[in-house]
Write a protein that binds this ligand. Structure first.
Ligand code: GLV
Ligand code: MN
Ligand code: MN
Length: 410
């Protein structure tokens, strides 16, 4: 094995890949050279451990200890791609911890009775093609080949062309029920993306549920014109209803104890001295339950339509993606609680819901899934300041190794 196989060594090797030196954040977008570098890193980790490496039909990476065709496999991992200027932990912590947990099992002399695998699911964040969890959605049959082929990045490059350029044959993408049927449990470890564990004082927690969430594209079409010579009364400026919609999103989310964010915007033509002809904004909204989410989004859309009508601006709203609520199965969750309870000397391990999306949520429709969270002292995520202390990361590795030992070796 290379010297970089321990948690710290793996982390150090992965850290510079795809890092933007100005922001300090990561730009590991699916099927780009930075993504390929992290995928090469994964393949090297598999080779260093003499694990059987495979890339499935959807570009997800697998490193197998035991027979990849065996039944009842226990699988752990996460993703290596990032949001624009993302942090180092969202995704990679789960993959690095998975390899480290396998190492810990070997050091313990544990003998797996069933196949164990580490995975890196492709394109979890959806930063490039606008849809999150593409690799797991394809495998679970939640995204068809046709719909995946229609995805385009900001330059107009389609998903299949991008996959091909990165060396993956896109012809075979699609549902992979046989592979998923061989999995008895998928456990994803992830950095917490809030401060619940910091507040309870626990290094590790268990996920109870993922809030339903979705992305909606709002296209406000007005009239492009001169910023200096067009009378205010003559304008059809789409920026105005857009701005009112952003405020409405905040207001409606606050009223419903939900969240709603416009984090990405495109302005056409994008000239300082031109009234825009088009403002396109993407809404991300999430809530504890479907009814609340529906009513928040309906209210935001209503406010947007009113504001657009006042300015003589056209509005189209398109739902680009949606993920229903995920309740992690009680049996596996209880099992994890028992295993982690032993480690924490009987102290109950926190069980918490999250507003963040994960491959484990997508896969839960086809496979028993569970998640472990590692404390994030600031709660910051999807930003360069995302952090977890090394001691907590190592506690996460031990917790994951305990869980894998229970699930795969008994
Ligand atoms: C992924 O991290 C998401 O929650 O959007
Ligand atoms: Mn994320
Ligand atoms: Mn993630």
């Amino acid at each position: 094995m290379s010297p970089a196989t321990g948690f710290t060594g793996m982390w150090r090797d992965l850290l510079p890949l795809g890092r933007d030196t100005r922001s300090g954040g990561y730009r590991r977008f699916a099927w780009t050279p930075a993504d390929t570098e992290t995928r090469d890193w994964f393949r090297q980790q598999a080779a260093d451990r003499e694990l059987t490496y495979e890339e499935d039909r959807n570009g997800n990476q697998w490193a197998w200890l035991g027979d990849p065709r065996g039944e009842g496999a226990v699988v752990t991992g996460s993703h290596l791609d990032s949001v624009p200027d993302g942090g180092a932990f969202d995704g990679p912590l789960g993959v690095v911890s998975a390899f480290a947990a396998l190492d810990e099992l070997r050091e313990r002399g544990a003998r797996p009775a069933r196949p164990l695998a580490v995975t890196n699911f492709a394109d979890e964040e959806g930063a490039r093609f606008g849809l999150a969890c593409v690799g797991s959605r394809l495998s679970a049959g939640a995204l068809t080949k046709e719909a995946a082929y229609a995805l385009r990045d900001a330059e107009g490059i389609s998903l299949p062309r991008a996959m091909e350029a990165a060396g993956h044959d896109p012809e075979t993408i699609g549902a992979d029920p046989e592979r998923l049927a061989r999995i008895s449990a998928y456990v994803e470890l992830h950095v917490e993306q809030g401060r619940a564990l910091d507040l309870t004082g626990d290094p590790v927690g268990i996920a109870s549920a993922i809030w339903p969430h979705g992305r909606w594209r709002f296209d406000f079409r007005g009239e492009g014109n001169h910023a200096g010579t067009t009378r205010l009364a003559d304008r059809h400026d789409p920026m105005l209803p857009y701005a009112e919609t952003v405020l409405a999103a905040r207001r409606e989310a606050a009223l419903a104890q939900a969240v709603a964010t416009f984090g990405k915007i495109a302005v056409v033509p994008g000239g300082v001295n031109a009234i825009p002809s088009l403002v396109r904004g993407w809404l991300d909204s999430r809530a504890a339950d479907q009814t609340t989410l529906d009513s928040v989004v309906t209210a935001i859309e209503g406010a947007a339509r009113e504001a657009a009508a006042r300015e003589g601006v056209d509005l189209d709203v398109v739902r680009e993606s949606f993920t229903p609520v995920v309740e992690f199965g009680h049996a596996l969750r209880t099992e994890l609680g028992k295993v982690l309870g032993r480690q924490s000397e009987g102290r109950a391990v926190p069980v918490l819901p999250t507003g963040a999306g994960h491959d484990a949520g997508i896969l839960s429709a086809a496979v028993p899934t569970a998640m472990l969270f590692v404390r994030n002292p600031t709660g910051v995520s999807h930003a360069p300041a995302e952090h977890a202390d090394e001691a907590d990361c190592l506690a996460g590795v031990t917790a994951l190794a305990d869980v894998l030992e229970e699930l795969a070796c008994r």
